[in-house]
Each structure stands twice: as structure tokens, then as C-alpha cells.
Ligand binder design. Structure first.
Ligand SMILES: [Zn+2]
Length: 113
């Protein structure tokens, strides 16, 4: 017999968590990393990528309860993400107010001739 060759894939059953891609042990029913049930993807809003997208691209701080309920993030990660999110949203609000004020001033100047 020659040297053993590595299998080129296909037959090897590799199970990874649908949520966080952690390797699952063959007897695990739940992911040891994030607690997602094996085989099930779980509600879409509980996926870390979706939560982050909602926070930073979508509904902003309204998605914070999702973040804090999620088991995909550690406590310090949650605190960091919350701070970042509130800072970002605060910055956007200030920007909108400033833009609105400038726009209002421009309108007033236009109307006064
Ligand atoms: Zn997982």
C-alpha cells in the first residue's frame, strides 16, 4: 500500500453551527458556543449578522433588546456595541438637526429676497 491519501471531501460529515459556524460535536444537540439548536437556523432576527445590520443600518437602538437577548454576544461585546450604536445614532441626529437648521436658514434668506 502507498502512503495514505487525505480524503478529498464529500463523504466527511462536518457539522457546524448554522448560527456562528462553530464546529459541533457529534452528540451535541445545541451549539456549545452560542446555544443555537442543531439543524435549526432559528429565527432570522436572532442571527448576529442580522442583529448588527438592524442596529447599524436599520432601526438603530430599537434593535438593542434583540442584541441584549442574544446569546451570540458576550456581555462586554453587548456593552461595546450598545455604546457604539448610541454614539452613532446620536451623531446622526445631530447631523440631521444641523442640516435642517442650515436648510431653514437658506429658505429664510431666499424668502427675504
Ligand atoms: Zn453557534
Amino acid at each position: 500500500m502507498g502512503p495514505a491519501t487525505l480524503p478529498t471531501g464529500g463523504t466527511e460529515l462536518v457539522t457546524t453551527c448554522a448560527s456562528c459556524a462553530q464546529d459541533l460535536q457529534s452528540l451535541d444537540r445545541f451549539c456549545r458556543n452560542c446555544g443555537t439548536r442543531r439543524g435549526g437556523k432559528g429565527p432570522i432576527v436572532e442571527r448576529p449578522a442580522v442583529i448588527l445590520a438592524l442596529l447599524f443600518l436599520g432601526v438603530g437602538p430599537l434593535a438593542l433588546p434583540l442584541l441584549w437577548r442574544s446569546r451570540h454576544f458576550s456581555r462586554s461585546q453587548k456593552a461595546t456595541i450598545t455604546t457604539l450604536n448610541l454614539a452613532l445614532v446620536g451623531g446622526i441626529v445631530v447631523l440631521i438637526v444641523m442640516t435642517f437648521q442650515r436648510y431653514l436658514k437658506m429658505l429664510l434668506e431666499l424668502s427675504s429676497g
